[in-house]
Design a protein around this ligand. Structure first.
Ligand code: ADP
Ligand code: ZN
Length: 748
């Protein structure tokens, strides 16, 4: 085979293009597509990834520079993942090296962290009995170490060996000198789960509905690549979707393939990981776990466990969609509707969408599961782009929880003025009943802190962050006013800063205040709050869940942290303190989010033998998302949402691209946005429409003024390429930052 002479490389530094280099004879044969290389770039050395070995280069050979070195023996990225990075750069309108940054984790690119090394002792020869007896008298510690090694019949780490035998390093060294033992340092893997024990959990006999879903999934797994379709698994909460994933994975493994499971970060709890690890524990199948709380060392080791083929199953959050699995058979995206699959910094990709694309490139099956499918995915199922598999009943025919809507407008008339309305009379007596029966309650409010603003009753002044256009939240435990956007903190005020009135009032509810009120109403109940403030300590989350599961907590109050995926058989009551919070955001997805949130939170109730009940408190009890959620009517909600999206030209009928410009100088920001709008408007591609430049709903953030431009069109590529081309030619003022978001989730 002729060795390649040219290498096309994506350099880690920014440039948004690929560069050609010469492969020096010394490196011939060692450079492959996917190799990491060191190379000269501009005046310095840089790292890059080989993405192609072209026969020729458009650049004259004399002006090409040679690569310096290759790093590692094997390519670290597969051709499919390279293709995926290129696709992302094109689709999500970002430089290709930015896309590459997501595909290859920093710790792997930098190649600074290595496997952890540990010193092991190995028996070279067994001591004859009489020698061992002599040693016993002369040096009992040495004898004990020898005996331990004989017994183990395998090398043992020197550290734990010494500890177990009460010996020191010198003891072991003496044995090395005597020729009985050898030491060597060996790479060991860090296992973030090494302290957990996983009991095998056996395959369940499928219900008839699950069986039907499996048939559809098995067909997708066995079909030739060209005939595969993504499967949307629409299963109500508690219907046993995970069992379908597990058996699908087992099927992929039987075919000699690997499997990737994506879950939202927030539901990647030990509980979830355990379900997957324990199912495959019997066959010694290794499951690698990827999430954002791994240390660099752990991430390095998990990544190599996958790359080296040791782990055939990967479970992880958003970025795990790029896990270096070879021979993929199945990708599972659980809770596919979750907005946390969208990355909110460049590259602004949607991991579910990337998963569907990766599956197509790999020729493998993909299953998206949810109790509340996204509008986009359900649309794809109705048009036949996806196959639809449904689970309409809960396992064991457990009933769906009864949802009651409480009209807070009526409640507030009865409620004494001046104190916050937290509990309606109905919700209060429902909690009371649970406390008597020793059943558990979950209360949900998607807002942290005590009071969400400070308002002066005489002059109307609202305390705002000086850097952001939002009011400051009062946190009572810290006794500070905190901005939830930029983190700015200030002292609590005792009088209005404007008119000095001391009657300044705390308005709006946060979880801290709910905890306070509930504590007063139910002084005997054990209450625990679960939100980002209360769970700041590393193990707090796990400990609280354990305590709750063990029945040591009566009422759990929390933010979205408790809305997802948790399974507690003894919870028979869920109260949603205020369902309106999400509804009034200036965002076309507000209705969708509210429906999903209500359904998911309600799904936490009645997961055991007892029937569940849900109270939804709202000032707008007749809004469609609340009413459809109440009747468990997905079809109805979907239909009305589609009507609205179609009338107002929103996804899935079009793609959106949101451009946000930020500048500390308001007028310069506005002026730049207007200039950009003008340039984008010149030769706008056909079928693309452009909105006027406007101040963003969140006008000011961290001291910067924000302006937005919204483009709509049928083809995301067309939008993206147009924006990229215009931006490349436009000279922006240095203090204006531009962010381009394709298929945005945040319009704030
Ligand atoms: P979902 O993911 O749809 O919310 P789960 O997969 O968590 O539902 O299933 C709910 C419960 O039902 C789990 O405890 C699971 O072990 C159990 N389960 C699932 N499938 C079966 C089955 N076929 N037979 C018995 N129990 C099952
Ligand atoms: Zn702020």
């Amino acid at each position: 085979m002729q060795t390649a002479r040219f290498a096309r490389v994506i350099v880690d530094r920014s440039a948004d293009r690929e560069f050609d280099y010469l492969i020096p004879p010394g490196l011939g044969g060692r450079i492959q597509v996917g190799s990491r290389v060191r190379l000269p770039f501009r005046q310095r050395a840089a790292l890059g990834t080989v993405v192609d070995l072209p026969d020729e280069s458009p650049v004259p050979e004399a002006s090409l520079r040679p690569l310096d070195a290759v790093i590692g023996e094997r390519p670290i990225i597969s051709p499919v993942l390279i293709e995926l990075a290129r696709w992302m750069a094109d689709y999500y309108c970002c430089p290709v090296e930015t896309a590459m940054r997501s595909v290859l984790p920093q710790v792997i690119r930098a190649a600074e962290v290595d496997h952890k090394k540990q010193l092991f002792a190995r028996l070279v020869k067994s001591p004859p009995p009489e020698e061992l007896a002599a040693l016993e008298k002369r040096a009992p510690r040495q004898a004990e170490v020898l005996r331990a090694l004989v017994e183990a019949a395998a090398p043992l780490p020197v550290a734990s060996l010494s500890k177990a035998c009460g010996a020191t390093h010198q003891t072991v060294q003496a044995l090395v000198k005597a020729g009985f033992v050898e030491t060597a340092s060996t790479a060991v893997e860090r296992d973030p789960y090494d302290k957990e024990i996983f009991l095998a959990n056996d395959k369940q006999t499928l219900t008839p509905e699950q069986e039907e879903c499996m048939t559809i999934l098995r067909r997708a797994l066995d079909a030739p690549a060209a005939e595969k379709k993504p499967v949307l698994l629409f299963g109500v909460t508690g219907s046993g979707k995970t069992e379908v994933y597990l058996q699908g994975i087992a099927h992929a493994l039987e075919r000699g393939q690997t499997a990737l499971v994506l879950v939202p970060e927030i539901s990647l709890t030990p509980q979830t990981v355990e379900r997957f690890k324990s199912r495959f524990a019997q066959t010694q199948e290794q499951v690698a776990v990827l999430h954002s709380h791994l240390s660099d060392g752990e991430r390095h080791d998990e990544w190599h466990k996958i790359h080296g083929g040791k782990a055939r199953i990967v479970i992880g959050a958003r970025s795990a969609v790029f896990a270096p699995l070879a021979n993929l058979g199945l990708i599972v995206v659980d809770e596919e509707h979750e907005t946390s699959y969208k990355q909110e910094e460049a590259p602004r990709y949607q991991a579910r969408d990337v998963a569907v694309l990766r599956a197509r490139m790999e020729g493998c099956a993909v299953i998206l599961g949810s109790a509340t499918p996204s509008i986009e995915s359900y649309h794809n199922a109705t048009t036949g782009k996806y196959d639809l598999a449904c689970l309409t009943v809960r396992v064991d025919d457990r009933k769906m929880p009864l949802i009651r809507v409480v009209d807070l407008r009526q409640e507030s008339q009865r409620h004494p003025k001046g104190s916050p309305l937290v509990l309606s009379e109905k919700l209060r007596s429902a909690i009371d009943a649970r406390l008597l029966k020793k059943e558990q309650t979950i209360l949900f409010l998607n807002r942290r802190g005590f009071a969400t603003s400070l308002v002066c009753p005489s002059c109307g002044h609202v305390c705002r962050c000086t850097e952001c256009s939002v009011s400051l939240t009062y946190h009572r435990s810290a006794n500070r006013l905190i901005c939830h956007l930029c983190g700015h903190q200030g002292a609590m005020l005792s009088r209005c800063p404007q008119c000095q009135d001391p009657a300044i009032r705390q308005a709006g509810l946060g979880t801290e205040r709910v905890e306070d009120v509930i504590g007063k109403v139910f002084p005997k109940a054990v209450i625990k709050r679960m939100d980002a403030d209360a769970m700041a300590r590393k193990d707090a989350f796990r400990e609280t869940l354990h305590a709750f599961k063990a029945g040591k907590i009566d009422i759990l109050i929390g933010t979205q942290m408790i809305a997802k995926g948790l399974h507690f058989p003894n919870v028979t009551l869920v109260g949603i303190i205020n369902a309106d919070l999400a509804l009034h955001l200036p965002d076309f997805r507000a209705g969708e989010r509210t429906f999903q949130l209500l359904t998911q939170v309600a799904g936490r109730a009645g997961r055991g033998e007892m029937e569940g009940e849900v109270f939804v408190q709202s000032f707008t009890p007749f809004s469609p998302s609340i009413q459809f959620a109440r009747h468990h009517d997905f079809e109805g909600y979907w239909q009305q949402e589609m009507d609205f999206r179609s009338k107002c030209h929103f996804p899935p009928f079009v793609h959106l691209v949101l451009i946000t410009l930020r500048c500390a100088h308001q007028e310069r920001g506005r002026f730049t946005a207007e200039t950009l709008a003008r340039r984008l408007g010149e030769n706008l591609p056909e079928g693309v429409s452009l909105g006027d430049p406007v101040p963003a709903p969140l006008e000011k953030l961290k001291g910067q003024f924000r302006f937005q431009l919204l483009l709509r069109g049928r083809s995301a590529f067309k939008l993206s390429r147009h924006v990229k081309a215009v931006l490349a030619k436009l000279q922006m003022p240095v203090d204006v930052t531009t962010a381009v978001d394709v298929d945005p989730y945040q319009l704030l």
